[in-house]
Design a binder for this molecule. Structure first.
Ligand code: NAD
Length: 437
């Protein structure tokens, strides 16, 4: 490519789905100079966007939205059929939740494909960014049924909590297409990121996404298992993470022990990978083991809380700090925090919880009706016989633990995230249980 070529910009792009993936993607494309129409069937999401308010909690997203609205190339619509008119590229970013049998529910994808098919421009490229099973690009192509439209796979690897940074500068861009020039045109939309590009066929591209998440899930399960071992043998999982993480073949990320992995992606993608492999006659037993280890991890945490509570959870008051699956997001989908909270309730505990993203005081989220949700963390801690840190929100580190000690019924903390300074807590008279040490 000649050095003096201006960055490719000014393409007309439609993004269908304004969620955790669609919105950062759309705003990044706007920042790269493309003209973006975002579509979501959720009117409330769109009305938030038009007022410059982010419908999801994501660092930097509202600022990016403000800039996009200021530049004036960013538009919204509730109708996919309308969004694609005039668009050269159409990104599908709708949800693909797990169906009852663990496979991906593609009904949102297929509904959009059918809706947009007659309205797509001649030569348009439909870009599948949702995480979808192998063969979905072919499926969408069949549903669209037009020889003048290409369907490519462009999986998304962003992490909630750092979605803006990840979208503006992804670690890599993967595009799978039947035709290399079409893949190159899609990759060129992101030219300004300077990120490495992997161009491949559609099935490989679809599989890359599942492989990445299954690998990360396996890495976390490995670390959680080793953290349990550390506790049993008197070693320290924090030092272990540093000691192995500096090895470039291993790397420092996804090496911190926790209450088990969760969120909207890792569990569903690891499960789907195992199912897809089995359908192809292949047993990916490593990933199967990672999944089952993750189930055990949640039980191990509950067991630790039971021991910390003095041997029985029945009628004991547990203060839960954190309900989201990690910090800096309001996402509770498949959160280990909510799964563990449910298990505590099943064991008869009285749970008082605080999470900075669950605002309504005293009003439990629909999936946790028996929990007393407190708007103030100190209120959740009052009278607790065990305090459990389940999400690594920085604000939990900044609490006044001298005041906490006087609020709780018993000064016992189970810190599943190694968020707190255990030595400080012990010096204040707490019994402190860390993760893997
Ligand atoms: N959340 C993540 O961290 C992440 C990361 C990488 C990949 N993914 C994948 O990206 C996809 C989207 O995930 P998400 O977390 O952004 O989901 P989400 O639920 O946050 O957003 C999906 C949006 O699509 C909208 N939608 C559904 N059907 C529609 C239709 N017919 N017309 C218009 N809008 C419609 C929904 O209203 C919703 O706002 C999934 O396949 C997911 O696996 C997610």
């Amino acid at each position: 490519m000649p050095e003096d070529r201006p960055p490719l910009a000014g393409r007309r792009v439609a993004v269908i789905g304004a969620g955790y993936v669609g919105l950062p993607t759309a705003l990044a494309l706007d920042r790269f100079g493309h003209s973006v129409m975002i579509c979501d069937r959720d009117d409330e999401r769109l009305s938030h966007l038009r007022r410059g308010l982010s419908p999801i909690l994501e660092t930097g997203l509202e600022e990016l939205l403000g800039e996009a609205l200021h530049r004036g190339q960013f538009r919204t619509t509730p109708r996919a059929a309308e969004a694609v008119v005039g668009a050269e590229f159409v990104f599908l970013c709708v949800d693909t939740p797990p169906a009852k049998d663990g496979s991906a529910d593609l009904s949102f994808i297929t509904a959009v494909a059918e809706e947009i098919a007659p309205h797509l421009e001649r030569g348009a490229v439909v870009v599948n960014k949702s995480t979808v099973p192998l063969g979905t690009a072919e499926l969408v192509e069949g549903l669209i049924g037009r020889g003048d439209v290409d369907v490519v796979s462009n999986p998304e690897f962003l992490r909630e909590g750092s979605a803006v940074a990840n979208s503006l500068r992804p670690d890599r861009i993967v595009v799978g297409a039947k035709d290399l020039t079409v893949a190159q045109r899609v990759a060129a939309l992101f030219e300004q990121t300077g990120s490495p590009v992997v161009l491949t066929d559609r099935r490989s591209s679809e599989l890359i996404k599942y492989a990445a998440n299954a690998f990360l899930a396996t890495k976390l399960s490995f670390v959680n298992s080793l953290a349990s071992m550390c506790e049993a043998v008197g070693a320290d999982a924090r030092d272990l993470a540093r000691g192995i993480g500096y090895d470039r073949r291993i790397g420092p990320d996804f090496l911190q022990p926790g209450p088990g992995w969760g969120g909207a992606c890792l569990p569903k993608d690891a499960t789907a990978l195992v199912a897809m492999a089995a359908a192809a006659g292949v047993e990916v037993d490593v990933v199967r083991a990672a999944l089952s280890s993750n189930d055990s991890q949640r039980d191990r945490v509950v067991e630790k809380i039971r021991v910390a509570a003095g041997g029985d959870l029945r009628d004991h008051t547990v203060a839960v700090l954190g309900l989201t699956f990690k910090s800096n997001t309001d996402d509770r989908r498949n959160s280990p925090a909510t799964a563990i909270t449910r298990k505590l309730i099943e064991r008869g505990a009285r749970v008082r919880a605080h999470d900075p993203t669950v605002k309504a005081a005293g009003e439990a989220p629909p999936d946790l009706q028996q929990v007393t949700v407190c708007e103030d963390p100190y209120e959740a801690l009052a009278g607790a016989e065990v305090v459990v840190i389940l999400t690594e929100w920085p604000l939990f580190r900044e609490l006044d633990y001298r005041a906490v000690r006087d609020l709780v019924a018993r000064p016992v903390v189970v810190d599943t995230r190694n968020l707190l300074d255990g030595d400080l807590l012990r010096s204040l008279g707490f019994t402190y249980f860390g993760a893997g040490h």
